[in-house]
Ligand binder design. Sequence first.
Ligand code: ADP
Ligand code: MG
Length: 599
Amino acid sequence: MDVIRLLPDSVANQIAAGEVIQRPASCLKELVENSLDAGAHTIRVLVRDAGKTLIQVTDDGSGMSATDARMAFERHATSKIRSAQDLFSLRSMGFRGEALPSICAVAQVKMTTRRADDEMGTLLEIAGSQVQRQEPCQCATGTSIQVQNLFFNVPARRRFLKSDQTELKNLITTFQHIVLVYPQVSFTFAADDEIVYDLPAGTHKQRIENVFGKSKSKLYTSQLLEIEQQTELVNIRGFVGKPEVASKQAQQLFFVNGRYMRHPYFHKAVMQAYAGMLPAEQLPPYFIYFDIAPEQIDVNVHPTKTEIKFADEQSIFPILAATVRAALGKFNVVPSIDFLGGDIEIPVSDERMRANAKAPELHLTAGYNPFAQQRESHHVVQNERVTPHWQELYEPLKQPQQAELPHEQMTEALRPQTVAGGYICCATENGLMLVHARRAHVTILYNQLIDQLHSHRSASQQLLFAEQLTVSADEQPVLEALLPDLRSIGFELERTSANGYDITALPSVLGNHNAETALRAIIARVADGQNDVHEQMQQRIALTLAQSAAIPQSKSLNETEMSDILSRLFALPSHRITPDGKTVVILLTAEDIARRFSV
Ligand code: ADP
Ligand code: MG
């Protein structure tokens, strides 16, 4: 006797439903995407009990004929593709023709639909794949679908659902991901008769503000920088947050061809662009939209899957990183944005300001640390490799040029003052600026050392008497691997025994700081990050050395030194935080000050 039997449709649908419809949020997604595919301008969502008892989606889209309304619930019935070939040029959200049959297999569904030219619409009721009722009805143009009692006939699945709170959160997240792609469509979302979102049609920026501007982590469009890059392979546009609005729970969203996606690899590219700009553990918000030829991404993506495969990820990574970096760069070379306390868009003249921000003195000062005192003279000779002329180096100190200072608006006679505890305070047109002197110095030295590591142009001082360094057996290979980079920044080491080295030259920035301590700190830092790529290793070296060489917090500074720190700090592309994420500059605007004096 033959044993193989075809499953009845209702059973097959229920099995398929398990894949497509896992929770109220997946049902909502399918319904709203259908409305968008139908060209709707207005979409209203209503849920009850976190979607467990009701999910209703009403649109003013194309509507369906009576026959199509019936067909829509058949498996693999779709109006969106006709052949396998169409799969490769897919532009609609749905295409599998699986959503409606899956939903009606596991819920009680009621639909009304009418096309604009039809006098009467169609009412259809289906429960557990069985059509209960189909008749003409009066209804508005468009389609309204009510999904009641999801998983009413699959108790195991119903039990599998999370608390109402969690399921509602899922519904809202799903909704957010969709509305952020369709700012030209107006949406409402009501949960148990309470309006959660009422989003008018508008621009992308307005949509982002309408969705997140009222949330706990208020996000305003003035905090977002626009990005835009068109290449043959991919178009990238969207918004990235200014570094100072980074938070622990930032919205970080990617979309491709109108669809939300997760992409850990591209996330890395964005984070790389922010390198050195973010306080520890803080994440920048971003909303990045990719447009790419459909054949460049995996079309057969599973309906519930949000990770999407790109054919050429390796090429997109640097494009993305550079695009974000450029937006941040434009913003960062213009510290006046913040001095003015306003929410100014990127100034048009940023190219000019960027040119100004690069103080010409910088190339002279490689290896120069005004705070590292000369070693006692019997101890030091200048290395011929570089000949820093001290006069030249000090020249800019004597006449700090106003043009190098953060911006034109800074008061003419800028007179920085030190404040107890190692802070530099100065008046700006719009308030007060406080700079953490040691951290500023660390940041300056770090950037200088990174430059040297990249350019192999070190400034070092020879020691008359070598200093000894003894390392342990496990430190030795770490040190050996570091030698080329150490040489790039001015160290010279000669191996004298299995674990012994002679230090014969030092980076000038170190002054009379202890070379052995600095080297040990570098070895320890680098050993911590064994799997780092070379770039990160260099960053660790530069940071450790900068920390060893920078002025102590308690140091009191004269006016020249303060001006020097300020002009060099603000010549850097990024100066708000140290490379390890600590605050360097605090701005107190006139408003902040007024607020303090309000009582
Ligand atoms: P898919 O979206 O993959 O085509 P669905 O099962 O989600 O499959 O929908 C089946 C078909 O029903 C769609 O192709 C479309 O023709 C029609 N349809 C579904 N929802 C709507 C709607 N809101 N307005 C107009 N047509 C719809
Ligand atoms: Mg669909």
